[in-house]
Design a protein around this ligand. Sequence first.
Ligand code: IFM
Length: 690
Amino acid sequence: MNEWQLNLNEYSAEEIALNGNRFMLGNGYMGVRGTLEEHGKDELAGVMLNGVYDQAPGQWREPVNAPNPLFSVVEGAGKIISHEQVLDIRFGHVSRKTVYENAIVEADRFVSMADVHLICLRYSASGDLPIHTGIDTDVWDINGPHFQCLEQNETEVVVKTNELGITVAVCTAIEWLNERSFHKFTSIYTSLDCTDPITAARESCVRALAAGYAELSEAHDARWNEIWNRCDVRIEGDDDAQFALRYSLYQLQLAAPRHSDRVSIPARALSGQVYKGAVFWDTEMFMTPVFTLTDPAVARNLIMYRYHTLGGAREKALEYGFRGAFYAWEGQEHGNDACTHFNVTDVFTNRPMRTYFRDKQIHISADIVYAIWKYYEQTNDFSIFTDGAAEVVVECARFFYSYAFFKKDKERFELLDVTGPDEYHERVNNNAYTNRMVKFTLDTAIRVLDLLEEQLPADFQSLETRTGFMAELNAWKEMASNLWIPAPDPQTGLIEQFDGYEKLEDCSLKEIKGRVLDPNEYFGGGNGLATTTKILKQADVVLMLNLFQSDYDVETIRANWEYYEPRTEHGSSLSACAYAMVAARIGNPDWAYDYFMKTATVDLTGKSKQYVGTLYIGGTHPAANGGAWLSAVLGFAGLHVDENGIHLNPNLPSRWTGMSFGIEWRGERYQVEINGRETKVTPGKEICNV
Ligand code: IFM
């Protein structure tokens, strides 16, 4: 077995949806599900276009699944006798060989990293049964239909989306190698890319045909080589962990927008329409940090997406009676919040359930500021502030000041009626994570404005003209110094997740699971099983401790890890990596290992939650994918990077004999090697010679 390959040796009708996720291809512009060429809407075939959304009347807005240009089938092939499918994560190719009763089909495909509009397919079939290939317009949708066909023939389809009238042109060119095999080149352009997407797609096909499959494949492979040179992590002594981590990085890279700063990475990447193709805090807290340290240009695009959607965040703040920027819990193209007030359906009554993700997870605005500051601190790219990030930071600080409550008797600011990362406990007061992140936001706003005034007074002045922050700066400073941050209990060291958490029923996870009446029932919301107990959905205090490790001693961090760990359901794929990172940091890498493997294998095993209430949430998990890198590099290698430099404090799992990886810090690349007791950091252009 090649160490860079995922192999499937049999065809399983039950695992078609899962394998569609496992064998994904993509390039940030589009994601192509790993279904077979003959598959269609019933098998969830998908060509998802990043940032192209549509809303069918009365339904949720979601990304558009484009007409499928890969559709190819041998008529009368019969039943499948054997099937082999291989995903090469080194170069982003999927190949398959399927023996049918009456034909053998072989194919190879890639979604070009060198030209994001291109999909290339090589297809061949034995025997003499007719081969049909075309563009399938009858696509899988969760809340569709999303388009009307304007033009359609065997090689070209032009559609217009129903809500926004976006034109999507899917053009193909076929090169027959002989009667039984062909190369098919597809180019997809939309009217968001250019004014004449049809001509652009046609011309791109002509160029692809002239270049040929081998040359296009070479260019694509070369781009993957560059990507791996930046992000690869080598693990010695543990092949399973090695593959799982590389596979996670592969999945994350498929969705990374290199071509545009107008799109980001949705919570299910480009694997489908789940979660409305929306962008959550997942991006800033679990993905951007990976790119900031490996490929800062991608991190910059992700941050700029938030600047471009600031208008939506300002509108949302106003909608709730606040000022500043309250970012969408589920962001789409203009920063409009796709999250509804009734995001979960009660499995018992089949009625929509009022949830407060949209209204109360105010930490989203702080998460964005966190990612911005870390980007600046680690890259030294001050232009991010003048290109828009300073305005984002200012507006987020303003939002929190307008949200906060000054409690006179205690002479402190508090944040009341919020929901922290643990969504099972909604509308709580003083969630430790939220309060600490809000303080970080205010401190950052003050720091950024100081730097701007000192370094670029004209930009400082122009930001003041646009936003009028000066009148509020002193108030933000006062709030930053007097904001209540839930403190460790002097006896136990425990930090209460929110006011009153300690008084909740302390039952075990096993007990709560014993109370379940329906396998898909939601643990949160008004009547959820977890709401009256201490059981939390995902890392909350532990995530806060991970981000602000230097504020606490190791004993406090350990006490909280040990307390919250048995009470955490890990009902979200974002949770495991926080527990992994903190366990490694407190000197328990073997506790961390299981959490690392959980996060790193989520898309390999497919063992994640598939339903919340009646809502299907399957797909890939880019936050967990990013979390795998974070667990390995920030956790096991103990990497800490700030304005003073690169610090390492390795704590490898016992089965790892070494690890090495590359990072970029302030425009320079460094290679880190950890072997036994020796840790070496070497400046160098080639990070990992994969
Ligand atoms: O953002 C997360 C949230 O924290 C938990 N539910 C799923 C969302 C998308 O991944």
